[in-house]
Design a protein around this ligand. Structure first.
Ligand code: PMP
Length: 365
């Protein structure tokens, strides 16, 4: 720390992203990316003339992307007989981390604060610290599922990842709706980074609750982790607030290529559906395979599994897999017994299972 650092930040405990090692090639199952390349439409969109325009600023409203998101979600909602969403109800950011950061800054400050499940996305406490917010971690249930009832009566802005980070456990929409209806002056932010792998989105509730903000990302189900595209859907007023935050910080938060990549990704519904279906199928296969090898896993509806087994610690398994060229995530703390494993392609998962089998054999367990 230099002697120039502001006192506010001297105790900052930054978020630690999953390893991105460059030393050798790994079967990389540690940061919940998609195992598939982006849609061919994405590659075509960014391979065109746009790169020649990088001398010019990007559109600060990212209108092409906002329009494509509004159109796609309107189509999905209309199919369910629900009203669509307008472009004024969509905010886009440089990954959903940025969207969440703006939301923490805008809606969780003095006199309000923020409450989130104590097991969940590790960035929430970091944002709270960064913005000097009062943060209330809310205990989860015995089975690590989010305890919706424990949020009852809290006046803080609520942030819940659904399905939850780390565990993949899904909180039924009826519980989200209870949180929304019991106090309409409390904003509920639902972080749906992992909702496209078999869970139901809360976007359908946006028309009825102006205290709901749904945040999604293109990093997991739309193959754009490196493209950095996240978005939020909410009431026009809440979206206008987020835009005010953004225009006070970084108006050109999305670059030209990411705007086009995001729009092309959200327009290719067919590719999205087949890629998510493949991940779901592999997740269920992995769950079974791990079960056969004596592991238990949380009932994850996400693109990862959280697993543990008697006879081998989480860190030990993580290190042994790393040595065999398979990278998974050991989260430590309350989850020390576990490793979190991103669902890979069929081939990657076969390598993973073979490596786990070998490790158990070597340990004679
Ligand atoms: N929310 C949750 C629950 C996550 O796990 C992640 C991925 N680390 C994010 C948000 C952020 O994703 P991104 O910034 O890539 O959109």
């Amino acid at each position: 720390m230099s002697r120039f650092l502001d006192e506010r930040y001297s105790g900052l405990d930054p978020y630690v992203p999953g390893e991105q090692p460059q030393d050798r090639s790994y079967v990389k199952l540690n940061t919940n990316e998609s195992p598939f390349p982006p849609s061919p439409r994405v590659i075509a969109a960014i391979g065109g003339e746009e790169a020649e325009k990088l001398n010019l600023y990007s559109d600060p409203m990212a209108a092409t992307l906002v329009r494509a998101i509004a159109k796609r979600f309107t189509a999905v909602l209309k199919k369910k007989g629900l009203p669509g969403i307008s472009e004024k109800q969509v905010f886009v950011g440089n990954g959903s981390d940025e969207v969440l950061a703006f939301a923490f800054g805008a809606f969780c400050g003095k006199g309000r604060g923020v409450a989130f499940p104590e097991i969940g996305y590790g960035f929430y406490p970091v944002f709270a610290q960064f913005f000097s917010l009062d943060a209330t971690p809310v205990p989860v249930k015995e089975d690590m599922s989010v305890d919706a009832a424990a949020f009852k009566g809290l006046s803080q802005t609520v942030v819940i990842a659904n399905p939850n980070a780390q565990t993949g456990i899904y909180l039924p929409l009826s519980d989200i709706e209870t949180l929304l209806s019991e106090n309409k002056d409390r904003l509920v932010i639902v972080d749906e980074a992992y909702c496209d792998f078999g869970a139901e989105s809360a976007v359908g509730l946006v028309g009825r609750y102006d205290n709901l903000l749904v945040v999604q990302t293109m990093s997991k189900s739309r193959q754009l982790a490196g493209g950095r595209v996240g978005f939020a859907i909410g009431s026009e007023e809440v979206i206008a607030d987020l835009n005010a935050m953004k225009f006070s910080f970084n108006p050109y938060n999305l670059n030209r290529l990411s705007i086009l990549a995001g729009a092309a990704a959200v327009e290719d519904e067919e590719y999205f559906l087949s890629a998510t279906a493949a991940v779901i199928e592999e997740r269920e296969r992995l769950k079974k395979e791990f079960g056969k090898l004596g592991f238990e896993s949380t009932p994850s509806l996400a693109n990862f599994l959280l697993v543990r087994r008697g006879g081998i610690g989480g860190r030990e398994l993580y290190l042994a897999l790393k040595q065999k060229g398979v990278l998974v995530r050991w989260l430590g703390g309350r989850l020390s017994d576990y490793v979190r494993i991103t669902v890979g392609s069929r081939e990657q998962n076969d390598v993973l299972i073979a490596a786990v089998r070998e490790i158990l054999k070597e340990k004679s367990i």
